[in-house]
Design a protein around this ligand. Structure first.
Ligand code: GDP
Length: 331
């Protein structure tokens, strides 16, 4: 009884120089690796498909630049690669000299733009944990300026680059990824609208729709996002999945740590309640509310039921539009 979300998964390409942090980003965001463990990662030196599409809402590939990539090389099928891509994330190591990275950014963007002009170009100014606040702003300004000058020199001033300051040592990498993914979801306004309706009728302060595996939020209601609330919700997902893995699986290790029955309520000692519930195979709703509001639990459950049905409908319609046929809801 799962929605056929997979037909519509946003595809993302991660590129950048060697050692810029691509594998670390992949491991931390999609494989729960702790940031310190990335110190011992083997560097990637080829195109690496990380098939997380069976466990995540997001379809994601890494593409490394081991030194000189030759776009004229006939074995290098950039048409095929860029054509299927919704967003191209280019990672720049902010702790290193970034001149060469900027050159590669320009070459890559020119090439990708020729193949598919509507790719979203996203630049992660990465490893900013080592930089002071002033230095961060200055680096972002400098990279922004140079990257746009380079594009103008190549007569590509039409191309829009978005910039994010990121680090795997805090939640900035998840926040940046969330924004990148949200731009790729055509149903975003509908999802936001449904979240707004749900929270205003249920006395809920804040609600996020999360991709459970990556802890990227694919939508939230229109009230501003407070980083602490987001982190709290991320931590809740970790706790719920960890507890399910330990106690929720069958004796033979089979079963699933996250399924239709997944539901968790955590009461904090400051009269705040955290509420998590499964929405689709990949997505969970995580809400923050006051204890008083939680007294009307029946109402929240009823509203959630309506919300969940609406979300399934949104994705079923999307899948049907894409394939031209109405898929059964079991795909
Ligand atoms: P790749 O070759 O682009 O895949 O780069 P890696 O993922 O192998 O990362 C190279 C090094 O950068 C590793 O030692 C990581 O621990 C380190 N690294 C990655 N992300 C960050 C970050 O956000 N901050 C800091 N300080 N180091 C990072």
């Amino acid at each position: 009884e799962e929605s056929p979300v997979s037909a519509d998964q946003p595809r993302i390409l991660l590129m950048g120089r060697r050692r810029s942090g691509k594998s670390s980003i992949q491991k931390v965001v999609f494989h729960k690796m702790s940031p310190n463990e990335t110190l011992f990662l083997e560097s990637t030196n080829k195109i690496c498909k990380d098939d997380i599409s069976s466990s995540s809402f997001i379809n994601f590939q890494i593409w490394d630049f081991p030194g000189q990539v030759d776009f004229c090389d006939p074995t290098f099928d950039s048409e095929m690669i860029f054509n299927g891509t919704g967003a191209l994330i280019f990672v720049i190591d902010a702790q290193d000299d970034y001149m060469e990275a900027l050159e590669k950014l320009q070459v890559t963007v020119s090439r990708a733009y020729k193949v598919k002009p509507d790719i979203n170009f996203e630049v992660f100014i990465h490893k900013v944990d080592g930089l002071s606040d002033d230095h961060k702003i200055e680096t972002q300004r400098d990279i922004h300026q140079r990257a746009n000058d380079d594009l103008a020199d190549a007569s590509l001033e039409k191309v829009h680059l978005s910039f994010y300051l990121t680090s795997i040592y805090d939640h900035s990498i998840f926040e940046a990824f969330s924004k990148v993914v949200q731009k790729l979801i055509p149903q975003l306004p509908t999802l936001e609208n449904l979240l707004n309706i749900f929270i205003s009728h249920s006395g809920i302060e804040k609600a996020f729709l999360f991709d459970v595996v990556s802890k990227i939020y694919i939508a939230t209601d229109s009230s501003p996002v407070d980083m602490q609330c987001y982190e709290l919700c991320c931590d809740m997902i970790d706790v719920v999945i960890d507890v399910s893995c330990i106690y929720g699986l069958l004796d033979d290790g089979s079963g699933c740590a996250y399924d239709k029955e997944s539901l968790a309520i955590i009461k904090l000692n400051n009269t705040t309640v955290l509420y998590l519930k499964q929405v689709t195979k990949f997505l969970a709703l995580v809400c923050i509310l006051r204890e008083e509001s939680f007294e009307r639990k029946g109402l929240i459950e009823y509203n959630f039921h309506c919300f969940r049905n609406a979300i399934h409908e949104v994705f079923e319609v999307a899948a049907a539009n894409q394939s031209g046929v109405l898929k059964g809801s079991d795909s």
